[in-house]
Design a protein around this ligand. Structure first.
Ligand code: GLN
Length: 486
């Protein structure tokens, strides 16, 4: 996988190119390529050029960091002051927040350049990005296929290098799965590692902001820049990670205990199984110890996830009433009718389905049978994952049971779609970190992603292990050619 950030930073610091020039190249590339991929849903080019001027000043004063002057993108559910942020939903049509998310505040302070907001499933609910009100983004690897979701636009933009990197959100896999489908790297940090202030909420006990990039080093660099405790997010945690990006590769693979849970490989496509186990062999050849484990609780992860995520979504999405944000229905006789019509017209089918499911599992009479039970089972999952990390350093698993679907798979039943999240949701339920890296292509030439999972706040270890794999150069997924060339 190619590193993009450090080499660009080098060019900026040596004066070979200015940030304004680099930003103009990205703007040109977006103008050329975005019609092919539908990755961006709104652009902020004027602001990007302002950011670039600030960056050039910082660099001239010798104050820049590695991210200074580098153009990037935010998923359409991460707020930046005055810029359209719509969650790709009609109900947030025209919505411009009046404050910056903490992640963007941090990046902006370092002189990052934001090119625009990228496509996603409506309110981050989905696995293909096809529920976007702007239409689906297309996978640069094969435009007849989806990008995955819900951070599909970020994945397409980063894969096609019309953004050097991007931030997405991951509630049940939405950073890792699109990264896997587009053949790039995606990191879902530990719950609490990155502030969610300014991330539009979906399932608050599951949501995390994550990084999509073209290499493990790029991913680590961005993670180092965005993490940390934040007074605006009470779930954020003060944890001393040290500087991960500058010390990558310190974890010794010799003697590393890699857990392989058989349940993770049951019922998945053989090609994917072989690809992941093939990659695990590479670690074994280099001295890692494979520990076969059983995690029967994995079977409960999907129902637990869909009950908790929908319950929390039904509550979080209660605020879209036509009064405070975005879209408002035109004809109504009283406030109640206005709210009803606004919500009926403003939300898409999948979002409505989840609000109804969530309301149902929280309703009196069903609360104990569904929501409470799911919360109890969640504790079992957490306990079993804790146990595993007493005997293993990392777990390795597929990122998804399939590669990128053909466009239109959404026509299949919603349950089929939910089933495809089986490998990613346990990570959000338990709050641990995981990274997806590309390992191989399937017969159709579509990338397969491997998930490396660690215990809470062990980002350093999973990034190290991912970096080790990347350096072995055994991944068959080629860098995508296109976008900005220098
Ligand atoms: N596909 C999962 C869902 O639809 C995950 C989405 C996400 O992580 N935002 O809930």
């Amino acid at each position: 996988m190619r590193e993009i950030i450090a080499p660009l930073s080098q060019m900026l610091k040596s004066g070979e190119i200015s940030s304004v020039e680099l930003t103009n190249k990205y703007i040109k590339a977006i103008e050329n390529d975005n019609p092919k991929y539908n990755a961006y849903v709104s652009t902020t080019f004027d602001k990007a050029l302002e950011n670039a001027k600030t960056a050039d000043k910082l660099i001239a004063e010798g104050k820049g960091s590695t991210l200074t002057g580098i153009p990037m993108t935010l998923k359409d559910n991460i707020c930046s002051d005055g810029d359209l942020t719509t969650c790709c939903s009609k109900i947030l049509e025209g919505f411009r927040p009046y404050y910056d998310s903490t992640v963007w505040t941090k990046l902006k302070a370092q002189g990052a350049v934001m090119l625009g907001k990228t496509n996603m499933d409506e309110f981050a609910m989905g696995s293909t990005s096809e529920t976007s009100v702007y239409g689906a983004p297309l996978n640069p690897r094969n435009t007849n296929h989806v990008t995955g979701g819900s951070s599909g636009g970020v994945a397409a933009a980063v894969c096609a290098n019309i953004a050097a990197y991007g931030l997405g959100s991951d509630t049940g896999g939405s950073v890792r799965q699109p990264a896997s489908f587009c053949g790039i790297v995606g990191l879902k940090p530990t719950y609490g590692a990155v502030s969610r202030y300014g991330l539009i909420a979906y399932g608050s006990s599951l949501d995390q902001i994550g990084v999509l990039a073209n290499s493990v080093k790029d991913t680590a660099t961005v993670f180092d820049a965005i993490r940390g405790v934040d007074e605006h997010d009470q779930t954020s945690v003060d944890f001393d990670f040290g500087n991960i990006s500058d010390t990558l590769g310190q974890t010794d693979v010799k003697g590393l205990k890699i857990g392989i849970a058989k349940e993770y490989f049951e019922g998945i496509n053989e090609e994917i199984k072989d690809a992941i186990l093939g990659a695990v062999k590479e670690f074994e050849k280099n001295g890692a110890e494979i520990v076969d484990i059983s995690l029967p609780v994995l079977q409960q992860a999907l129902p637990v996830y869909y009950i908790i995520a929908c319950a929390e979504a039904s509550s979080n999405l209660g605020r879209y009433d036509g009064i405070r944000y975005g879209y408002r229905a035109k004809d109504f006789n009283d406030v109640e009718e206005m709210i009803l019509k606004t919500r009926t017209e403003g939300f898409g089918d999948e979002v409505k389905r989840r609000i109804m499911l969530g309301t149902y599992v929280l309703s009196s009479g069903y609360y104990d049978a569904y929501y409470k039970k799911a919360c109890l089972l969640r504790q079992n999952l957490i306990a079993d994952f804790d146990d595993i990390f007493n005997t293993c350093d990392v777990l390795i698993a597929p990122t998804a049971p399939n590669t990128a679907f053909e466009l239109g798979f959404e026509g299949a039943s919603p349950v089929d779609m939910y089933l495809s999240d089986i490998a990613t949701v346990p990570i959000n339920i338990t709050g641990v970190p995981a990274i997806s890296v590309p390992v191989k292509n399937d017969k159709a030439g579509l990338p397969i992603g491997m998930q490396i999972i660690g215990k809470k706040f062990d980002e350093k270890k999973i990034l190290d292990v991912a970096y080790f794999y990347e350096k072995l150069n055994k991944s068959e997924v080629e860098d995508f050619e296109g976008g900005v060339t220098l």
